[in-house]
Design a protein around this ligand. Sequence first.
Ligand code: ZN
Length: 191
Amino acid sequence: MRRIVKILAVLAVALFILSLSRDTLLFYARVAKLYTQEPDSKIAMPLQDVSKKAVADTWHAPRGTGRLHEGQDIFAPRGTPILSATSGLVYRIGENNLGGQTVSVIGSGGRVYYYAHLDSYAAGLEVGDRVSTRTVLGYVGTTGNAQGTPPHLHFGVYTLKGAINPLPLLTDRPAPVLTKNKPKESRANEP
Ligand SMILES: [Zn+2]
């Protein structure tokens, strides 16, 4: 009887380790696949109602001593949902001094898209989650060194060689489509 319990315990531990490593392996397999793909030449504006024209180009603007701005700031009211600019995988969720609450997504070509100063994270968002351009990552805020400034999203794009300017890649999101039921008359004309 004791032996059976022991065997069951060992089996349970083995299954637990297997399930963990399977998730980890799956994550690395997906990251590896992303690396083999061409990086996106166009990415979606992370805030639905902000147009590209509204973004004042602050790429490489001086920030304090010897630091350049490695991204773009996109201003919007606190709490505005931040949508992923690309499809990909959630790579990191965490806090740092400059960025405050941040989410990083790895996309095609192994590029990392960095969203910073978040007021809060999207509920249930986890590292390893697959995202699309319709996935909410979090909400606009002023965490990190954005405290005391108008709420904005700091958006950065990193290649293996370092940061690149996100602005030329950004494209406006189409206005949300309001779907209506097709009137019956229009169907009569269809073949
Ligand atoms: Zn910034």
